[in-house]
Write a protein that binds this ligand. Structure first.
Ligand code: NAP
Length: 554
């Protein structure tokens, strides 16, 4: 144990003391920082990127934008001032617009003095004697903090595919989630894109506009819906501002935390004619409303789901001219059990003469060479390769940090057989470590800025309770993770998510546990969090001795 202390926390004046350290400057991290600072804690946020924004800092690929008709709702809901002072321009804001919003928030809430950018946390060890986390940055700085809050993002650990020869490619290789800040030029180049998830589908039409030739390497065809982006109307903003409180009340009870009414009808209640007319209206309007404003059983009833699958397949047949390309593009999995994509001219792009589609299910990649990609049936010479290959989602970033908890047990070992947490916010054996959007919380299947606010509030209240009661540590009691995991799996089993290999269940990463790690309970989940807090943190063990708070010392 003493070894652990010595390893990351040399005693002496070079150790920086904080009450709380937050990792990650996306929506969730900025909010946690704000709340913890407001309660008077000595808190610092560390961020590896060169600016705030999290996923909106890194995903600068062409075409990146919010995939929900969201302005002004893909934003913080807690502050009327923020809503009134930021002018959203587009219904589905671009990456640049969301980034400028988060910059505006960081300035408005005066967060920047508490943020250290371009700093990666590379080690975090819980010191059982001091009851504090000892942290080391890649710059060699040593930090001691009572509480450690991971807001490292759910889709932040890029998945570099394990394709033979990938490091031999002589041209530029860019992952969509690590897009450079400077402009990437495609003109005059033969570009390859691997992957047709949301990032591929958003970027492919934009890349096709510039590239001399584009080859798309597709493993699974997708059901994409037109985005229907447009300028946000002044009356929409005025309405949001006028109904600030009402909107929050609505979001609290909405299954996805969204300020939109959801349909209460089954897709099987309508005749095919009525159903297709509704789908057509929603298709023309664009966006994910097609899933939520159409019928309530698309994700629970396969026959209902099939109706929308077939509607979209018919759209693909009508848009794409070449029958061979149509065949390759027709999806056959259960719609929306992989994250639903939206697009701006995606299927139309395949009508362009300079765009080719390789169906990797028939013609798999054999290797990547210096000059391009070799598939079973041929050579594809390339000057540039875009990896739209997704992420080691939800658990990847925390596992890369691999914090060490009680007894020096590291997270990778603790999660060796399966992922387990309590409430998706804490991990047995890792005291005073909180996760926002952790595995087994609603995270990616809920309104993320709003969910992050509610989890941030819960963490703030929990820390306040510990302080008020002179309690040094909090951690899940032995055994509470089992029923929680069952609860999460049980909710997923009521849906169609189980029928599909997706990143929700770890299927996209070789060797990752095949476990559905998103809590589908929505409002029930947040009610459960509140209940636990009201019962003085039922299910947690509270350590009696108090560690000295840095703010109290200061
Ligand atoms: P993704 O959905 O995981 O898609 C990755 C794509 O790469 C899939 O088509 C996958 O095929 C393919 N792929 C992965 N490894 C491969 C390999 N070795 N060989 C060939 N193909 C391979 O990743 P993403 O598109 O980056 O999206 C991730 C998530 O980020 C989305 O689901 C969404 O939640 C979020 N996102 C949101 C927005 C937005 O809000 N605007 C935009 C982009 C992303 P398989 O399907 O066969 O695995």
């Amino acid at each position: 144990m003493n070894d652990l202390k010595l390893r990351t926390k040399p005693s002496g004046s070079d150790v920086q003391l904080f009450d709380a350290v937050v990792i990650g400057a996306g929506f969730a991290g900025l909010y946690a920082l704000y709340r913890l600072r407001e309660m008077g804690l000595a808190v610092r946020l560390y961020e590896g990127a060169g600016g705030v924004g999290g996923t909106w800092w890194w995903n600068r690929y062409p075409g990146a934008r919010v995939d929900f008709p969201s302005a002004p709702y893909y934003s913080y809901s807690f502050s009327e001032e923020l809503l009134n002072e930021f002018e959203w321009k587009e219904r589905q804001p671009s990456q640049a617009e969301v980034l400028s919003y988060l910059d505006f928030v960081a300035d408005k809430l005066k967060l920047r003095t508490h943020i250290q950018l371009e700093t990666w946390i590379q080690d975090a060890v819980f010191d059982e004697i001091a009851q504090r986390w000892n942290i080391e940055t890649h710059l060699g700085e040593h930090i001691s903090t009572q509480f450690l809050i991971s807001a490292m993002g759910t889709l932040s650990e890029a998945n570099k595919p394990n394709i033979p020869g990938i490091d031999d490619f002589a041209g530029e290789i860019i992952h969509t989630g690590r897009w450079p800040a400077e402009e990437v030029k495609f003109a005059g180049k033969r570009v390859g894109v691997i992957g047709t998830g949301s990032s591929g589908i958003q970027s492919i039409p934009m890349i096709a506009r510039q590239a001399e030739h584009l080859t798309v390497f597709q493993r699974t065809p997708q059901y994409s819906i037109p985005a229907g982006n447009r300028p946000v109307k002044p009356e929409e903003i005025a309405d949001a501002r006028a109904n600030f409180d009402k909107r929050r009340e609505f979001m609290k009870v909405s299954p996805l935390g969204m300020p939109y009414p959801m349909s209460e009808r089954s897709a099987l209640d309508d005749s095919p004619e009525v159903r297709n007319a509704l789908y057509e209206t929603l298709w023309q309007d664009g966006g994910l409303h097609m899933l939520f404003n159409s019928y309530n059983d698309l994700l629970t009833n396969k026959a209902a789901n099939d109706t929308l699958c077939e509607f979209i397949r018919e759209k693909i047949r009508s848009i794409v001219k070449d029958p061979e390309t149509v065949k390759k593009l027709l999806p056959d999995y259960i719609l929306a059990t992989k994250r639903q994509a939206i697009d701006d001219g995606y299927f139309e792009t395949y009508n362009e003469d300079h765009v080719d589609l390789v169906d990797l299910r028939d013609d798999p990649i054999v290797k990547i060479t210096a000059d391009g990609i070799t598939t079973k049936n041929g050579e594809h010479p390339l000057d540039m390769l875009v990896l739209a290959t997704g992420y080691d989602a939800i658990t990847g970033k925390l596992l890369r940090l691999n914090p060490k908890g009680r007894g020096g047990l590291d997270l990778a070992t603790a999660w060796d057989k399966r992922f387990f947490t309590y409430l998706g916010v804490a991990i047995p054996g890792f005291p005073n470590l909180f996760m926002v959007h952790g595995p087994q919380s609603p995270s990616v299947l809920y309104n993320m800025p709003y969910g992050g606010e509610m989890e941030g509030d819960w963490i703030r209240d929990c820390i306040a309770y510990l302080r008020d009661n002179n309690i040094a540590t909090i951690e899940p009691a032995p055994g509470v993770d089992e029923p929680w995991a069952e609860n999460v799996e049980e909710a997923a089993k009521q849906t169609l998510f189980h029928g599909t290999d997706s990143w929700y269940s770890g299927a996209n990463i070789e060797g990752k546990h095949r476990q559905f790690i998103v809590h589908l309970g929505g409002p029930e989940y947040f009610k459960h969090l509140t209940d636990v807090a009201e019962k003085n943190y039922e299910g947690f063990v509270l350590g009696k001795e108090s560690a000295t708070l840095a703010s109290a010392k200061a």
